[in-house]
Ligand binder design. Sequence first.
Ligand code: ADE
Length: 416
Amino acid sequence: MTTSMVRDLNLKARGKKKIDWVSNHLPVLNLIGSDKRYTRALEGKRIGIALHLEAKTAYLAMILQRAGAEVSIAGSNPLSTQDDVAAALASEGVKVYAWYGATPEEYHSFLNKIVDDKPQLILDDGGDLVSLLHQERREALGDILGGSEETTTGVIRLRAMEADGVLEFPMLAVNDAYSKYLFDNRYGTGQSTWDAIMRNTNLVVSGKTAVIVGYGWCGKGVAMRAKGLGADVIVTEVDPIRANEALMDGFRVMPLVDAARQGDFFVTVTGNKYAIRKEHFLAMKDKAILANAGHFDVEIAKPDLDSLSVEQKEVRPNITEYTLTDGRRIYLLAEGRLVNLAAGDGHPAEIMDLSFASQVLALNHVAQHYQELGKRVVNLPVELDRMVLAMRLEALGIKIDSLTEDQVRYLKSWQV
Ligand code: ADE
């Protein structure tokens, strides 16, 4: 008997095909998920997940279920759930509360459903589930052993909770693992963001100017791939360290108000609100295209776009045209929600392989060690992090060298 809430169970056959496809490209997750050494502590545990519900995520939920956990899942964004995948997952016996285009009330009620299932472990992406537990569902805190967080924005929120002394259980910052941010944030966001922009606009990138707003790990990836596609890339930053990095990586660096005049494509990856706002819209060229690749839909100031425009209409799926008073048109992709998931399939499977393998290890680690970990934000133990990356090389058949004993001794010596 399923208690799931999905859009249409009849979509399950198409969803199953999507899940089957990615399952063949997740070798590390498959190895870790099927080895009791890495999942034993998950047996019999109730796990509540809030993640972007697309095929790789569904497969992760199935892996956790096969490891003996009871899994409930909601989406972590109202536009990133794929209804066919949700249907397929629900028919596997996982409790699914998610559909594409959830209203704010529905989104909130789906997260509440996860809490109703009395989770002991939490897997969050962006911090909404943890925030709900601490603010509105405190009666459920007693069951929670701890959890893990997937993304930069979520880790920032968790650290703010820790600093305020309000975090009630240990949370592993999977985002901060090498096996996560160096690959998922950089190469995953880089590829999937341009994939979504290109498949939705059907426009050329080469020869155009791409303005990347923010040069963290995600911004680095988006800028790198824009360059690879032949764009002239401008990076805008507020941090002198990152601005210097962008410069040394070969990009033009300038204030956004100046870049606004030149850009054909704008991608926000700041994690902050209103990175692109009124003064920037006023400077943009006709037909500028705007996309956000950060977690929340606050990076592009939609209220400013609304107040500056005389007309708004959907001109293609996932593209809203805003016509300004002087006739210039600005195109916003995916309502300013994270474009790679709201208008794409998320990161490539081989990238999520690393992130989700680390997630399984993180949850297992929390289930084993929650008492010692305390009410803190903690890192994935580095030996687990390195193990994931070593397993990936092994899965790819790539061998690397190892230090000789003499070299090990040399590195440990300090006398002349
Ligand atoms: N697929 C599932 N979760 C994802 C995430 N956080 N980013 C990109 N793709 C994903």
